[in-house]
Each structure stands twice: as structure tokens, then as C-alpha cells.
Design a protein around this ligand. Structure first.
Ligand SMILES: Cc1cc2nc3c(=O)[nH]c(=O)nc-3n(C[C@H](O)[C@H](O)[C@H](O)COP(=O)(O)O)c2cc1C
Length: 384
């Protein structure tokens, strides 16, 4: 994407990337191969670490460092860890009791479920050993001591803001760039400050989600408030939406859902199908999969228990009780209990992909990146 169409080159110049498109870190769906494909194509690839253990993180960092000198982003969650509550679990299991009966399952039966751990001393040591260009956080920031250690080894620190108040807080706490994550975005909201009273969100309150702001309103208001670069995220999937983000003052965009359509994304065929055949109105913010609100395509468990439920245990332990149901349903090719993370603009990316790609296999992430970049150039040229 030529320099001239992007009014602010702060992110491109700071990182030495050609195209100011960040592949969103996507826990469970991103991969080393996805990050490599994006950085080979000139964007910023990201490694999501929220669901990885330290051994896996180290192996992935080593691979990324060994295969290229290109910059990349490593992403962590920074939620407050809570002890698993047997009472909360059994409450959630009771709510799901008809579902267990239907599948002939014992609620006490355990199945593997996503473990989501916050950034801590161990993962910080890995960053110190294998420093990437950027470390980004979701749900605020870790404690100052950890942020300082990340900065001391030369990494930029980014984090997501879903409100102007969160953006201000992040700037005051020393971030180098802010990812303005709008309501349209797929996956978990980065929400970490109560929009009503500004206090830190410790216990998720399902009412707070009603305050979330759309990308079109959020990006320019954050741009007007902070002096660090702003990266627009949420609902961006083709040249029109990238051009809109540029017009709103973003220095770069962070795109998730569109890259789920790539061959490097590690999603199930059922998830891919939901993205290709879904619609914006068929995604909702739901807490049923993890305990925190996240945007997913609607499926059976969202319809019967959600989209927002008071019965789910604290993040991230809601996944435990769903795990046996998910495993049983997936064996019969049903995604009734699987998170189908999707932003509201999956159709934009699918349409753009359809213009360039007729093969039955998914396109590479580098092709997707180039199609979005060239579509942006065409849209902007058409405006002149
Ligand atoms: C499948 C999926 C997983 C995600 N996981 C993470 C994550 O691990 N860390 C993070 O900071 N953001 C995560 N997000 C949110 C993205 O960073 C980004 O805000 C969002 O994808 C942008 O909206 P879009 O999906 O409409 O492009 C995830 C999004 C998706 C779709």
C-alpha cells in the first residue's frame, strides 16, 4: 500500500513494515504460519499466546525469530485470575442439565477446554529472552513492573481500548499505540474499565456490554483524545472499511475475522462455514463460552443459554462445563457448543475473496492481505 494514501506513517515507520495492516492476534485460531505469511507479505503478523503454555510460547518465539528478521507482535491477555468456584461450576452445569441429558453425558465428565492464562513473570521472561517488536495486551495492562520489563528489552507496548476513557488510561500508563476495538469486532472485547464509574472490571457484569461503542464512533474520538498512534479494529474486511479507518484518523488497522478465512487459520470447517455463510445480524456478543463477552456467530448454546447469561462462572472457567458437550457435538460435525468467533464484517472479506479466488481450498493469508491492500488503493483512488 503506497505511503501517500496513508496520512500517518507512524506505525509503518516505527516498525519498518510496508503495509500498515496488523493481523489480529486470535487465540485458538492464529498460528505461527499465519504470522509468518503476514510478515512475508509486508504486514504485521501476530502470535496469540493467551491459550498457550510457556513451552509452546517459547517454541513459537524461537521459530519466528529463526525464520525472519521481520517485526512481529506477541499478544497476551491480562485478566484477573480467579480460583475455579465449584459452586459457580455446578450452577452452570445445572443450567446446562437438559443439554447433558440430550447427549447422554455425565456433567462430571471432563474434556479438554481452552486454558487462558494472563501475562506473568514466566511469560515476561520469555519476552525478555526472545523480544519481538511489539507486545500487545487485551483487557488492560499487566502490572507496571512487567510493562517496564517488556519496554526495557525494546518492545513497543500496545493494548486494546473499547472506550475513550480506556484509551486515556492506557496512554497515561505508557502504551506506544492504542488498538481502538469497536463493537463490530470478532472475539473477546478488550473491555477493562467500567464505562459507568471508571473502576477496573474485576467481576464481569453483563450490563456493561450495552455501553460498547462502534468502530465508526470510537476511532475518531480516541484519535482526538490521545497523542499516540491509533490502530482501528472491528468490522474491517475490505478496502472500503480500511479507507474509512484512514479517514477516521487511524494510523493502521488490525484485522481478525477476514484472516480467519485464510488457509493458515486453525479453525474447524464448521467455523469456516459459519463465516462464509453467516450475516452481520447473525453474530452476537455472548459470555456463554468463556465468561467474558465476545462476538460469535449464533449457534444452539447461544440461542438456549444466552447471548448474555447470569449463570456462567467467571472468565475463563465457563468453558469447562461446555467442554464435554462441545466434544460430543463436534464428533457428529455439529458446532452447537463451539465458539464461532466472528466480527460483523465477515461477509465483506468473503466477498472480496470471491472476486479473486475460485478454488475450493482457502486462500493464503498473504493473498488476502494483498487483496485488502490493493482494494484500499482502488477505493481511495475512486474518491479523488
Ligand atoms: C477468533 C478471534 C480470536 C481473537 N483472539 C484475540 C486474542 O487472543 N487477543 C486479542 O488481543 N484479540 C483477540 N481478538 C480480537 C482481535 O484482536 C480484533 O480486535 C478483532 O478481530 C477485530 O475485529 P474483526 O474481527 O472484525 O476484524 C480475537 C478475534 C477473533 C475473531
Amino acid at each position: 500500500m503506497s505511503h501517500s494514501i496513508w496520512p500517518s506513517s507512524s506505525i509503518k515507520d516505527a516498525l519498518g513494515i510496508d503495509i500498515p495492516i496488523v493481523q489480529a492476534p486470535m487465540a485458538g485460531a492464529g498460528s505461527v504460519a499465519l504470522a509468518q505469511a503476514i510478515y512475508a507479505a509486508g504486514g504485521l503478523g501476530s502470535l496469540p499466546c493467551a491459550t498457550l503454555n510457556p513451552t509452546e510460547i517459547e517454541a513459537h518465539l524461537k521459530t519466528l525469530k529463526a525464520t525472519s528478521n521481520a517485526p512481529f507482535n506477541v499478544n497476551f491477555f491480562t485478566h484477573h485470575e480467579k480460583d475455579d468456584s465449584p459452586t459457580a461450576q455446578s450452577h452452570w452445569q445445572n443450567a446446562l442439565s437438559d443439554e447433558y441429558k440430550q447427549w447422554n453425558l455425565d456433567p462430571a465428565e471432563s474434556a479438554p477446554s481452552a486454558v487462558r492464562s494472563p501475562f506473568n513473570d514466566t511469560t515476561c521472561q520469555l519476552i525478555e529472552q526472545y523480544p519481538p517488536s511489539v507486545v500487545s495486551f487485551h483487557f488492560g495492562l499487566p502490572k507496571a513492573e512487567l510493562v517496564n520489563r517488556v519496554k526495557a528489552v525494546g518492545c513497543q507496548v500496545w493494548s486494546s481500548a473499547t472506550t475513550v476513557a480506556e484509551a486515556k488510561w492506557l496512554e497515561e500508563h505508557g502504551v506506544d499505540a492504542i488498538i481502538a476495538q469497536g463493537f463490530e469486532a470478532g472475539g473477546h472485547r478488550g473491555l477493562f474499565l467500567n464505562p459507568i464509574d471508571g473502576t477496573e472490571v474485576i467481576d464481569d457484569d453483563i450490563q456493561l456490554i450495552a455501553h460498547q461503542v462502534g468502530t465508526f464512533s470510537l476511532v475518531p474520538q480516541i484519535v482526538d483524545t490521545v497523542s499516540v498512534p491509533v490502530i482501528a479494529a472491528g468490522g474491517i474486511g475490505d478496502g472500503r472499511s480500511v479507507a474509512a479507518a484512514i479517514a477516521l484518523g487511524a494510523s493502521a488497522v488490525q484485522i481478525g475475522t477476514a484472516f480467519l478465512l485464510s488457509q493458515e487459520a486453525t479453525i474447524t470447517a464448521m467455523h469456516r462455514d459459519a463465516l462464509l455463510n453467516g450475516s452481520a445480524e447473525n453474530t452476537v456478543l455472548t459470555n456463554v463460552f468463556s465468561g467474558k463477552p465476545a462476538r460469535s456467530a449464533v449457534n444452539h448454546v447461544i440461542k438456549t443459554q444466552g447471548p448474555m447469561s447470569c449463570d456462567v462462572p467467571a472468565f475463563p472457567t465457563a468453558a469447562t462445563a461446555l467442554a464435554p458437550l462441545k466434544a460430543a457435538a463436534e464428533k457428529t460435525a455439529k458446532a452447537d457448543y463451539s465458539s464461532l468467533w466472528s466480527g460483523q464484517s465477515a461477509a465483506l472479506a468473503a466477498r472480496l475473496m470471491g472476486k479473486h479466488h475460485s478454488a475450493s481450498t482457502p486462500p493464503s493469508a498473504s493473498d488476502l492481505l494483498h487483496w485488502i491492500a490493493s482494494d484500499t488503493q482502488q477505493v481511495i483512488a475512486g474518491l479523488k
